[in-house]
Design a protein around this ligand. Structure first.
Ligand SMILES: [Zn+2]
Length: 142
């Protein structure tokens, strides 16, 4: 498995390529910005959160059930778009639960907005590159 540093470099390459493509094709800055933010979000919310149960820290605690339910490098966490969708859905599940508890216990109404398509696209693009690096690394070691 490529280490976190290799994945982070890959994410930086994808984000840089997105900016370059955005400038070259004169894409709207808000679209390019959302894609890049989505790509950079995968530095934290990435397919390897399927190992969260083996980690420490706040994010590991949030993703502990996810890590327990999904085996490492499963298609549920690493297959392009599917893994992104499941991780984003998991986060929304936590967010909806927090919003529900805030309403029931404190009477606070929390507005839950849906994720931008372009933000999701950036995450999916970066997650795809993550999966490619994992597969390439596995093939090099065999
Ligand atoms: Zn991985």
């Amino acid at each position: 498995m490529p280490d976190g540093k290799t994945h982070a470099i890959g994410t930086g390459m994808i984000a840089s390529g997105t900016v370059a493509a955005g400038l070259y094709f004169m894409l709207p800055a808000d679209v390019v910005g959302m894609i890049v933010i989505g790509e950079l979000a995968t530095l934290i919310i990435n397919p390897d959160l399927d190992q969260a149960e083996a980690r420490k820290g706040c994010l590991a605690a949030l993703f502990w059930p996810y890590g327990k339910l999904i085996p490492h490098r499963s298609w549920l966490s690493h297959f392009p778009v599917v893994g992104t969708f499941i991780r984003v859905g998991y986060i929304y599940g936590l967010w909806f639960l927090a919003a529900y508890l805030a309403k029931v216990h404190f009477g606070v109404l929390v507005n839950v907005q849906m994720l931008s398509f372009w933000l999701f696209a950036g995450m999916a693009l970066s997650d795809t590159f993550h999966a490619v690096l994992d597969v390439a690394d596995s093939r090099l070691k065999t």
